[in-house]
Design a protein around this ligand. Sequence first.
Ligand code: AMP
Ligand code: ZN
Length: 506
Amino acid sequence: MNQEFRLYNTLTSKVEPLSLIEPDRLRFYSCGPTVYSYAHIGNFRSFLTADLILRTARVLGWKTTYVTNITDVGHLTNDDAIDTSGEDRMARALRSAEGKRFANVWDLSRYYSSALLADWRILNLLEPDVQPRATEHIREQIQVIEQLLSNGAAYQTSSGVYFSVASFPNYGKLSGNYAAEALELAVRDVVVDPEKKDPRDFALWKKDDQHLMQWHSPWGWGFPGWHIECSVMAQAYLGNEIDLHAGGEDLIFPHHECEIAQAEALTGKPFSRHWVHTRFLQVEGKKMSKRLGNFYTVRDLIQQRNVAPLAVRLALISGQYRKPFNFTFSTLRDSERHVKRFQEAFDVTKDAHDRGTEGDPNIGDALTDKRNAILSALLDDLNTPAAIAQALDGIRTILGHRDALGIRAHQFIIGVSDLLGIVPQTSLLSGKGITVGHYLNGADKDDSAADDSPTNTIEELIESRAVAREARDFSTADKIRDQLSAMNIEIKDNPNGTTWERKSDI
Ligand code: AMP
Ligand code: ZN
């Protein structure tokens, strides 16, 4: 079945099918966090949009390469304006009251990166294929800046290297911010480098031999601008042209507009076909802010308020990514109840599955229809409220017909787990996962805290493959076989089940 995956494209202002450069293969880049403090639930609303896109794509049987970065340098306090003046967020965090406990900015960055990975896993987000750090790609950024200089898209002043917006006539095509006057207005409060040729020009490299994080470059000591990191790492891992790029709505301008300029000035080819942006989360009807006392990190909810991690996840995806979203504690309480019911439904259907029960075919049919309806809702511009409503409906059916359940009921739950990630048990598509115990005991101090026991992972993968085969989802089953093979594990199917052994090394 050839199904379209329709998403709103900020570039064309239309809901349109993702059109892939290569059939059934998604090259996807999503902007990650700046690791100067703990990630908050707003950040995760945006990361979860990317996660749901990835899950849906995988269920469609697409091969996916998913890259999401960690910004650990170059994101200035004034990056919301175009001029990229201001102070590096990491450096400022080190001087804050919280920052005093870190020896230096590298230490701070490591700590918050590990905390991010723990939050990522506890909320059951899929592992990215690559999670590159800006500071590990300075060389690539310098090389691209050199190329932009040599093809006339950039110039040097005594304070840095700037992208010349006038050299790129398409600047503004994503955000609609074409008018020079409007851009000037946006930067009026910012210290402007008098040597800049045009107020719209933005920094690719800042010269600064006093900065806490600095590298040697052809322009002396300094550090890269924030925008250059993302286009360079996206192109390094996904190629010059990619299918999809995502982030929160604040990134449309200037960050993504600048990424397009840099990437397209470099190659002369369109950078990303599709751009998806998540509307900002509000809390109890207000902008989330520390000043208003309504600012929540993931760990505030899980550690301080004892909320089940998957309930946080469910609450955060309960609104469609493009609509205004009001996070409330009443939604969170509802989500906790729902997550318990998902768990209960998992347990009863697993039991039916393990006994090999066929179950009532009418119930099986109804649940298969619901699973398809969940997928259809996600394919329709990630309509999560409709998808969750279908999932809850299925759970009601399951818990109301406990004696009529069979293998297909369990497949329904696995389907919900794959697509929405709100069922506790790991499934084929789940991320690495960490236990709540690990998380509460400070998994953030050690990002290897996830249960990486290779034998567990192999057994889990084999189990997931068996479930996929029973559901006649052979493309998924084959993918797992490939994954195992990449881990040097050979599997053999025989009448009593599947056995595995390690391939000899050479
Ligand atoms: P930052 O750490 O500021 O670079 O943000 C990381 C990601 O979170 C970006 O994609 C932002 O657009 C997104 N983001 C920040 N605040 C919110 C919010 N309140 N709601 C949704 N997304 C957000
Ligand atoms: Zn970015």
